[in-house]
Design a binder for this molecule. Structure first.
Ligand code: CA
Length: 337
């Protein structure tokens, strides 16, 4: 609406109000011809009608503009979301490639330091020497490898045997809420519940290894998850977890923990503002925090569905079901039954 139009409307309103305020004091009617008066009113009416339509037009245009702006904002939001998704995807691809590179480096290192085939450094070598009964064995001290004597439990039956157990949960009397040092050197009894020790697991998985996790629920059903590649970083790298090539029927609930440092109640190395080891009451490769918590609290039948800090594997029973039994075992990729 331009200025002269506004002035016209204002003049018109003033005129109408003046008439309404002084109904009695009728000024002498201007001496004008009847036809002239009506012409002026008609002209004004036409102008008012024009102005009204201009106003309507403007308000319609404003509404359309607003809708367009909202649409543009929504479109921008959508584009931002798509970009975010792409960044996340790229990051995860990068991390996967990084893993493969580290695994390849380890393999190279392994073939460079290949030891004599006589050395007994795990259950697979024992199996190769015809020890084919599952049970507790003592691995001898090895000067060449610089390894101490170590008690282990060998599974010589499952899927061809040759497995060295690195963890077991089945009795529930051993606490797994332990500090860094205990998780480093191991605790518990190899015939019952135990953690073999991050330093031992690190050493044993210097050769390309497979990890097999077997689990049982309180209904007696069993599932397993196997990783064709499994290795840990050294202590300086907080025993970082590297896994690849999942197979099994339990779901891939260790994937979320891949490329993650080990954390304990006294060492928070997780990827979270929270202190996952304290929240989940164990030592594990906590991300933020869990998709599995195999070193969590052992809850008995009846109380196993109440907490989120139990022995969980989300891919099978979700975050609120603490499993009855777990065995984690490793074997060289090159093992032949
Ligand atoms: Ca944290």
């Amino acid at each position: 609406m331009n200025f002269s139009n506004v002035a016209l409307v204002v003049a018109l309103i003033l005129l109408t109000e003046t008439k309404a305020q002084n109904p009695k004091k009728k000024p002498a009617p201007p001496k004008i011809a009847k036809g002239q008066c009506c012409d002026e009113v008609r002209t004004l009416k036409v102008q008012v009608a024009n102005l009204t339509s201009i106003l309507e037009e403007l308000s319609r245009k404003q509404e359309t503009d607003l809708i367009n702006v909202v649409r543009q904002i929504m479109e921008l939001d959508k584009q931002k979301q798509q970009l975010d998704n792409r960044v996340t995807e790229a990051e995860s691809k990068y991390s996967e490639v990084n893993n493969r590179v580290e695994i390849m480096q380890l393999q190279t290192l392994q073939s460079a330091t290949q030891t004599s085939s006589d050395a007994i450094y795990d259950c697979a070598s024992l199996y190769g020497k015809s020890y084919k009964i599952s049970g507790e064995y003592k691995l001898p001290k090895d000067e060449f490898l610089g390894t101490p004597e170590l008690s282990v439990f060998c599974d010589m039956e499952t899927n061809g045997g040759g497995w060295t157990l690195i963890q077991r949960r089945k009795i529930g009397l051993t606490s797994f809420k332990r500090d860094w040092k205990q998780y480093k050197s191991g605790f518990g009894s190899v015939r019952g519940d135990f953690w073999l020790g991050n330093e031992h697991i690190f050493r044993l998985t210097r050769q390309p290894s497979t990890l097999r996790i077997e689990m049982e629920d309180w209904e007696g059903e069993t599932r397993y998850a196997e990783y064709g590649f499994f290795t840990l970083g050294n202590e300086l790298n907080s025993y970082k977890l590297f896994i690849a090539n999942y197979s099994g029927n339990a779901g891939n609930s260790l994937r979320y923990h891949n490329n993650t440092n080990f954390s304990t109640v006294n060492r928070d190395n997780d990827k979270c503002v929270d202190d996952c080891a304290s929240l989940r009451k164990g030592g594990y490769w906590y991300n933020c925090c869990t998709d599995s918590n195999l070193n969590g609290v052992f809850y008995r039948y009846g109380e196993h569905k109440k907490n989120t800090d139990g022995i969980t594997w989300y891919g099978w029973h979700g975050p609120n079901y603490s499993l009855k039994k777990i065995e984690m075992k490793i074997r060289p990729v090159s093992f032949q039954p």
